[in-house]
Design a binder for this molecule. Structure first.
Ligand code: SAJ
Length: 415
C-alpha cells in the first residue's frame, strides 16, 4: 500500500493528500477543475486553512505529492468529492459516481477503495461497489477492499482535527476496515474505531444532525424568549451550568455545507414521516427570514433605508460563504427596497458585492452582525456611530459588548 490516489482536492481532499504525502506515501491528488490543478502546480493551495500552505509546500518539495486531472493505477483510492444537496433535498451523488467510474478503469485485485464523502447509508456498497463491479468485474470484499471513513473536521481547524480527532471506519468486511485503518494510523493521533459500512455512514450523519437539532432548539428558545421578553442568552448561560445540559447558541440560521445538508441524507431512503429531524431543519431554515423581518420592522419609518452587514461567511473567522444565512437575509431586505452594504474582509466567493468598512457604514441605519469575526472587535463604536445615519445594531450572535455599544448612544437589539 505505497501509492495513494486522492480524488477531489477540496477542503478535505487537499489537506488529506498533503498529510499522507508527508507521512511517506506517494500521493497523486486528482481534481477535475483546471483552475485548481493549475494553481496547485504553481505551488499555491487554492483554499485558505491554517497550516495548509506549509504542509502543501513540504509535500510538493519532497516529491511525494503530485497533482493531475486523471486517475492512475494505485494501491489505494480515497474519494473525497463533494456530495451537495439537490433542490429536492436529496444527495447529489454524481461526483461520487464519476470518481467510482474513474477508479473502476484502473483498479486491480488487492487494492483498497475508501469513500470519505458524507453520503446516505448504503452509498459505499451500492453505488461505489456497484459501479466498480459493473465496470471492472471486481467484487468488493473479495477482490479488493472497500471502506467508508468519514471526515469529521471543523473548517478553520481542519489540519489539527485531521490529525487529532478520533476516526470511525466502516468496512464491507473486517479486512477492509483493517486495511483502511493502516492508512489512517500513519497520521491520526486520535482513536480509530472499526465497524461496518452503513453504521459508519450513519454515524457521520447522526453527528451533524444532532448538532442541527440542538441548534433548532436553541433558535426556537430564542423566539420563545422574545415572546416572554426574557434574554435568551441569560437562559442558556444559566441552563448550561447544569452538568448535563449543553445548549448551543442561537443565531441568524445554520449555514455551511454540512449541517444544513446531512439531516436530509438521513431521511433520504426511509419511509417514516413527520420526523423531528425535518421539523428542526425547517426551524433553522426560517431563522434568517425572521431576523430580516425584525430589521424591516425597525426600519419601517426610514426613507431610503440602508443596512450594513458584518460577516457573511457561514460562521465566524472563516471565509467560507457556502449556505450562508446572510444570503436569505440580504434577499429579503433587498426585496423590500432596502440598500444592503456588506463589510466582510474574510469572505470568499460571495455572490454579492463587498464594500470597505467606511463605505459600508456611511449613512447606514443599522448594522446587522451575522458572523462574529474577531477583527470586528477592533472597530470603535464611536467611529461607526459617526459614519451612520441612525445608530442601531442588531447583534445576532451576542458578539458586541452591550454596555459599550449603549454608552456610545446606539440602540442595541439582540436575537
Ligand atoms: N452555529 C450556531 N450556534 C452555535 C454553533 C454553530 O448558530 O452555537 C451555526 C454556525 O454559525 C454555522 C452552523 O451553525 O452557521 C454550522 O457551524 P458548526 O461550527 O456547527 O459546524 P461546521 O459546519 O463548520 O462543521 C460541522 C462539524 N460537525 C460537528 O461538530 C458535529 C464538523 O466536525 C464536521 O466535520 C463538519 O460539520 C462536516 O464537514 O461535516
Amino acid at each position: 500500500m505505497k501509492k495513494i490516489c486522492v480524488i477531489g482536492l477540496g477542503y478535505i481532499g487537499l489537506p488529506t493528500a498533503c498529510i499522507l504525502a508527508n507521512s511517506g506515501y506517494d500521493v497523486l491528488g486528482i481534481d477535475i477543475n483546471d483552475k485548481v490543478i493549475e494553481k496547485l502546480k504553481n505551488g499555491i493551495p487554492h483554499i485558505e486553512e491554517p497550516e495548509l500552505k506549509d504542509i502543501f509546500e513540504n509535500a510538493i518539495k519532497s516529491g511525494k505529492l503530485k497533482v493531475s486531472k486523471v486517475i492512475e493505477e494505485s494501491d489505494v483510492f480515497i474519494i473525497s468529492v463533494p456530495t451537495p444537496l439537490t433542490k429536492e433535498n436529496k444527495a447529489e451523488l454524481s461526483y461520487v459516481k464519476s470518481a467510482s467510474t474513474g477508479i473502476s478503469r484502473h483498479i486491480r485485485k488487492g487494492n483498497l477503495v475508501i469513500l470519505e464523502s458524507t453520503s446516505p447509508p448504503g452509498t459505499t456498497e451500492d453505488l461505489v461497489g456497484g459501479i466498480i463491479l459493473k465496470n471492472s468485474g471486481l467484487k468488493a470484499g473479495k477482490d479488493y477492499f472497500l471502506s467508508f471513513c468519514p471526515e469529521r473536521v471543523l473548517p478553520g481547524k481542519i489540519i489539527d482535527e485531521l490529525i487529532n480527532n478520533n476516526r470511525i471506519i466502516g468496512g464491507i468486511n473486517k479486512e477492509s476496515a483493517v486495511k483502511a485503518e493502516e492508512i489512517y494510523n500513519s497520521f491520526v493521533n486520535g482513536e480509530i474505531y472499526l465497524t461496518d459500512l452503513k453504521t459508519a455512514e450513519l454515524v457521520k450523519l447522526a453527528e451533524n444532525t444532532y448538532r442541527d437539532i440542538n441548534l433548532a432548539f436553541s433558535n426556537e428558545l430564542s423566539l420563545i424568549c422574545s415572546e416572554y421578553n426574557i434574554d435568551v442568552w441569560d437562559v442558556i448561560k444559566f441552563a448550561n451550568m447544569h452538568p448535563r445540559v449543553n445548549i448551543l447558541n442561537p443565531g441568524p440560521g445554520v449555514g455551511g455545507h454540512c449541517i444544513p445538508v446531512d439531516p436530509w441524507f438521513i431521511l433520504e431512503n426511509i419511509k417514516m414521516k413527520e420526523t423531528l429531524i425535518e421539523r428542526c431543519r425547517k426551524i433553522n431554515k426560517k431563522m434568517p427570514v425572521i431576523i430580516a423581518g425584525k430589521v424591516i420592522e425597525l426600519l419601517k419609518d426610514r426613507s431610503d433605508p440602508k443596512v450594513t452587514l458584518f460577516g457573511v461567511s457561514y460562521k465566524e473567522n472563516i471565509g467560507d460563504t457556502r449556505e450562508s444565512p446572510a444570503v436569505p437575509i440580504i434577499e429579503k431586505l433587498k426585496s423590500q427596497g432596502i440598500e444592503v452594504s456588506i463589510y466582510d474582509p474574510l469572505a470568499e466567493n460571495f455572490k454579492y458585492k463587498l464594500s470597505g468598512l467606511e463605505e459600508s457604514l456611511r449613512n447606514s441605519d443599522i448594522i446587522i452582525l451575522m458572523a462574529g469575526h474577531d477583527r470586528y472587535r477592533d472597530i470603535e463604536p464611536g467611529y461607526m456611530g459617526k459614519l451612520m445615519r441612525t445608530k442601531m445594531i442588531f447583534d445576532t450572535r451576542n458578539f458586541f459588548n452591550r454596555e459599550e455599544i449603549l454608552r456610545h448612544g446606539f440602540k442595541y437589539f439582540s436575537i
